[in-house]
Write a protein that binds this ligand. Structure first.
Ligand SMILES: [Cu+2]
Length: 479
């Protein structure tokens, strides 16, 4: 009986998705047998690290280490990296708006520098964990910030010069969740690991005997043939929740994934850096490398069923299983999705003579460029002298084939338009730090500076970043 339901759900999802009309029937052929080799296992949930609390100060001790990890659940381990003893990834760091957050990051990797960058965090450059805060092997780096931003699902990963792509691919990443006192969101599912689930998905090339190595092939970045979710392949999640909240993170080096909810009623509640003002009905959500979204699934009609959530990756045009939900014994946990999630944000004051910046994105046979320049360590590409002014940035992707998810450090931004039309509602009126710029597209954003110092802006396909698609801006202290 269960088998029939699974197949039925899958068929429904194919039939209702847009890409099904563009060769979606090849789906089964594209499925990788690595998934079939993997032992089904419960979705791993990264443990929460609350930090050592002293009043409003929380101290987090992080350590990057060499590890070995069993992706397939077959007992075959492969050399990887992890934080704080995890064999892959790191714990979920959790703080509240207003907290003072001290972080000590120890580099226990052999012979290579690392950093710890909190992706999406509003802070000064000295605390950014970018390539200018490099931690030598054996060294420790200290950061001390006040958490000033609203509730959001952020993440962390290394950002050391020439090391970012390999270290992230090999396992150095984790969630960084910020909470706040917003009363409007109190009724949302919020029991971590029970009805509020972090889900990081990453494409990986895994051999039949479970081995992973960092090897770049081609210009698309490391998309990977197998989807790893929270560090595992072929996962299921047992749930009794009527409403299930997923904090979705595309933590892949490369790849644009559309998560397909099929016939499950889903509401999109948050983007990269905060809640949408009102929930948005969603059949799917598309996330490029570095992007996050939060959704709440209504499982009330699926009692006793097993439903597979699929993820379609568009660069390689392949479909993967994200996770199987096994829904049993639904108990009403008194959660609900409010009709309003956040007070209307103050309209951005974009003056007619707002500073405007233009960035062309292109590639050649081997390299990637922003405004015909490649990243050079130590170079500042432009200076922001009036950070109190909202700026309008335009990205134009002149590539025919490669998408470029553009990420800005030390800022938040709002997507104004895509190809001259208002931004789609899924990414409109919500603070973001990463935006997908598809081939030939023009994307306009309104940038709000959140810290001072030298910050990178770059493509979050980590191989593109390391092949030159990054620049540096020096932001003056706010007056
Ligand atoms: Cu790119």
């Amino acid at each position: 009986m269960k088998k029939i339901i699974v197949i039925f759900s899958v068929v429904c999802i194919f039939a209702t998705s847009a890409w099904a009309q563009r060769g979606g029937h090849n789906r089964r052929n594209n499925r990788q047998n690595i998934v079939d080799l993997a032992t089904p296992k419960p979705l791993p949930i990264p443990p929460v690290l609350e930090g050592i609390q002293n009043g409003n100060t929380k101290t987090f001790n992080m350590e990057a280490r060499h590890t070995s990890h069993d992706f397939l659940g077959t007992g075959q381990k492969t050399d990887m990296l992890g934080y704080n003893g995890a064999s892959y990834l790191g714990p979920t760091m959790r703080v509240k708006r207003g907290d003072r957050m001290i972080m000590n990051v120890k580099n226990s990797l052999q012979g290579v520098p690392t950093t710890l960058h909190r992706h999406g965090a509003a802070l000064d450059a000295k605390d950014d964990g970018n390539q200018n805060q490099s931690i030598p092997a054996g060294g420790t780096w200290k950061s001390d910030i006040i958490v000033k931003q609203e509730a959001a699902t952020l993440w962390y990963h290394p950002h050391a010069h020439g090391q970012t792509a390999e270290q992230a691919y090999m396992g150095l990443a984790g969630f960084f969740i910020i909470d706040d006192d917003n009363p409007l969101t109190k009724s949302l599912p919020s029991t971590y690991g029970v009805d509020d689930i972090p889900v990081v998905f990453q494409g990986k090339d895994i051999t039949e005997d479970g081995q992973v190595s960092f090897r770049l092939r081609g210009m698309a970045g490391l998309v990977g043939r197998t989807l790893v979710v929270n560090g595992a392949v072929n996962t299921y999640f047992d749930t009794k929740s009527k409403l299930l909240r997923l904090r979705l993170l595309n933590g892949a080096n490369s790849g644009v994934y559309t998560i397909l909810f099929g016939d499950i009623p889903a509401k999109l509640i948050a983007g990269d850096l905060g809640y949408h003002q009102t929930p948005i009905d969603a059949r799917q959500v598309t996330l490029a490398s570095g992007e996050r979204a939060e959704v709440v699934l209504d499982l009330s009609k699926f009692q006793g069923q097993e439903i597979t959530i699929l993820a379609h990756e568009s660069i390689r045009d392949t479909t993967h299983e994200l996770v199987k939900l096994k829904i049993n014994d639904i108990t009403d946990l008194k959660t609900s999705v409010p009709t309003q999630l956040v007070e209307p944000r103050k309209a951005l004051a974009i003056s007619d003579d707002a500073p405007r910046r233009f960035f062309s994105l292109r590639s050649t046979m081997h390299d990637f460029y922003i405004n015909d320049e490649q990243y050079e360590h130590g170079t500042i590409n432009f200076r922001v002298t009036k950070p109190e002014e909202v700026e309008v940035w335009t990205f134009k992707n002149t590539d025919e084939r490669y998408p470029h998810p553009m990420h800005l450090h030390g800022t938040e931004f709002y997507v104004l338009s895509v190809n001259g039309r208002p931004a789609p509602k899924e990414i409109r009126n919500v603070p973001k730090d990463t935006v997908l710029v598809n081939p030939q597209d023009v994307v306009e954003i309104a940038v709000v500076y959140k810290g001072s110092g030298a910050f990178p802006y770059h493509c979050h396909i980590l191989e593109h970043e390391e092949q030159g698609m990054m620049g540096m801006m020096e932001v003056a202290p706010a007056e």
